[in-house]
Design a protein around this ligand. Sequence first.
Ligand SMILES: *[C@@H]1O[C@H](CO)[C@@H](O)[C@H](O)[C@H]1NC(C)=O
Ligand SMILES: *[C@@H]1O[C@H](CO)[C@@H](O)[C@H](O)[C@H]1NC(C)=O
Ligand SMILES: *[C@@H]1O[C@H](CO)[C@@H](O)[C@H](O)[C@H]1NC(C)=O
Ligand SMILES: *[C@@H]1O[C@H](CO)[C@@H](O)[C@H](O)[C@H]1NC(C)=O
Ligand SMILES: *[C@@H]1O[C@H](CO)[C@@H](O)[C@H](O)[C@H]1NC(C)=O
Length: 171
Amino acid sequence: MLGSGEKLAMVVAVLGVLVVMGSGVEGREPTLHRVGGGKNTWAPNVNFTEWSSHEHFHVGDWLYFGFDKTQYNVLEVNKTSYDKCIDTGFITNVTKGGRDVFNLTEAKPYYFISGRGYCFSGMKLAVNVTVTLPPPSGDPPKKGGSFCSVGGVSRWTILLSLLAATFLFCS
Ligand SMILES: *[C@@H]1O[C@H](CO)[C@@H](O)[C@H](O)[C@H]1NC(C)=O
Ligand SMILES: *[C@@H]1O[C@H](CO)[C@@H](O)[C@H](O)[C@H]1NC(C)=O
Ligand SMILES: *[C@@H]1O[C@H](CO)[C@@H](O)[C@H](O)[C@H]1NC(C)=O
Ligand SMILES: *[C@@H]1O[C@H](CO)[C@@H](O)[C@H](O)[C@H]1NC(C)=O
Ligand SMILES: *[C@@H]1O[C@H](CO)[C@@H](O)[C@H](O)[C@H]1NC(C)=O
């Protein structure tokens, strides 16, 4: 009886550890960022600097540009062209049907503008992409995450202990 209880305690402990490991390797799902915040907000007179300052872009995330393709386009450019609204010699033409996505594959700054003069009306976007899992030290959100994980494990451990106790009581 006591022996089986000890075994159950071990199982509970092992499951607890697995929960910790699971929450650690899970990481985060890629995010689709709707540029400008809405479905059709790649448009003039939107402050994309303001918008991007509230977003966190990670490697593997996607940008979604929703726009009127008869008027606007989306071009990936370098910083100089972004600053000066130069729409020739761009890096990538992201434009397809007006509901276009761009994969942020590298940890670096990316720059986008609309051609046809609309860059001068504010249709310019800079995003700073960071790696998926930043080092734990000196990163407050990560610290908060691991604190929550510890809380999660505690709940799991309590739940599993209750199950174990029920098992022992009923057998
Ligand atoms: C856009 O927002 C940024 C950050 O809030 C601000 O510094 C900038 O002046 C704004 N630009 C325009 C054109 O309003
Ligand atoms: C998007 O980027 C991520 C990270 O590099 C990659 O794993 C994924 O396969 C890419 N998806 C497409 C469709 O290119
Ligand atoms: C940026 O692109 C423009 C247009 O193609 C080009 O003239 C310029 O040399 C580029 N600048 C850098 C730093 O690559
Ligand atoms: C970008 O690609 C779209 C779709 O293929 C095309 O219609 C458009 O002319 C291209 N824009 C530029 C500036 O090359
Ligand atoms: C991008 O983020 C990194 C790390 O936070 C920072 O060092 C760098 O200056 C940023 N670059 C731009 C263009 O904002």
